[in-house]
Design a protein around this ligand. Structure first.
Ligand SMILES: [Zn+2]
Ligand SMILES: [Zn+2]
Length: 343
């Protein structure tokens, strides 16, 4: 069995790893697709992000789908051959945060492909994995490529849920990568009346328009593009900051109307914020981190045709071509979501 390890920045290697047999409550999966996420790219390009650094070789990957190959004891509802979306979220279920109903904040979280804890949590870009049956959501009716989008879609569903009602609201999404575009789809589904998207690259803004954004603005070629929304005290109700870039957050906060809400999803390290505007406009500032129960919702929304992720799936590469896949994923002029064809 092979797995894709990140040893350090710019050092990815396909090396052997063990699989093992499923125990009680577990299944063995032959992985089919693995989407490359911004965090995987950070490990590849920089060896980590913020204070999170690679300290030992780590298998990347947390956006995966696969087929059930073997089923352990006490597993119900899954049989060999089933296509499943695999949630990388593995909270302990017993710590204070889990018991408080916040499993995404589990103190013992074992989220696939994360260098936050040490030893690092090994990821899922691998041919075979033993997973808890509870992580697997049957994805019949979807392609393996769509099923592997359940994870990023869960991230944006969680953010939209955190934001509260969007019905009739004017929403600004800063950053038009996969998370930004999925945020557009989720905000629209949640009743947003007007959605504006900004980025510094024209190519990716096309995906936001295709996803239903009413207005897309390139803030690199036109630094004043948001000025109409910043007039007076601002006119945007909710900001979803999906870029992790400080100028995007600043521009978005300037566009928020009094008592507006900024939801921060983008992650690239600490940013400074214009706190005086937060005070003087009585803004709310909210973080959004991962997801848990939204994973099943993500699969269901795709199965029902209520959210279509297919236009985001721009590239896929054979597992052995991982180098090309990561280099493509890092090129925003060409790629939206890049996936590995693991099997
Ligand atoms: Zn991801
Ligand atoms: Zn826990």
């Amino acid at each position: 069995m092979k797995a894709l390890y990140a040893h350090a920045a710019r050092d990815l290697r396909l090396s052997p790893c063990d699989a093992g047999d499923p125990g009680a409550g577990e299944v063995r999966l032959r992985l089919a697709r693995g989407g490359i996420c911004g965090s995987d790219l950070h490990y590849y390009q920089h060896g980590g992000f913020g204070t999170v650094r690679l300290k030992e070789p780590m298998i990347l990957g947390h956006e995966v789908s696969g087929h059930v190959e073997a089923v352990g004891d006490e597993v119900e509802g899954l049989v060999p051959g089933d296509l499943v979306a695999v949630s990388p979220s593995r909270p302990c279920g017993a710590c204070g945060e889990c018991l408080r109903g916040l499993p995404n904040h589990c103190l013992n979280m074992r989220f696939y492909g994360s260098a936050m804890p040490f030893p690092h949590i090994q990821g899922a870009f691998r041919e075979v994995i033993v997973a808890d049956a509870a992580q697997c959501v049957k994805a019949e009716g979807l392609s393996a490529a769509e099923a592997a989008m359940a994870e990023p879609l869960s991230v944006t569903l969680h953010a939209v849920r955190r934001a509260g009602s969007l019905v009739g609201k004017r929403v600004l999404v800063t950053g038009s990568g996969p998370i930004g575009v999925l945020a557009v789809l989720c905000a629209r589904r949640a009743g947003a009346e007007e959605i504006i998207v900004t980025d510094i690259a024209d190519g990716v803004l096309g995906f936001a328009r295709e996803a239903g954004a009413d207005m897309t603005l390139n803030t690199l070629s036109d630094p004043e593009a948001l000025a109409p929304y910043q007039q007076g005290k601002g006119s945007v109700d909710v900001l979803f900051e999906c870029s992790g870039a400080e100028p995007a957050l600043r521009g978005g906060i300037a566009a928020l109307r009094p008592q507006g809400l900024a939801v921060q999803l983008g992650m690239s390290g600490d940013m400074s914020i214009p706190l005086m505007q937060v005070t003087a406009k009585e803004l709310s500032l909210m973080g959004s981190f991962r997801f848990h129960e939204e994973f099943g919702t993500a699969v269901a929304l795709m199965q029902k045709g209520l959210i279509d992720v297919k236009p985001l799936l721009t590239h896929s590469f054979a597992f052995d071509d991982f180098q090309k896949a990561f280099d493509t994923a890092g090129d925003r002029s060409r790629a939206m979501k890049v996936q590995l064809e693991i099997a």
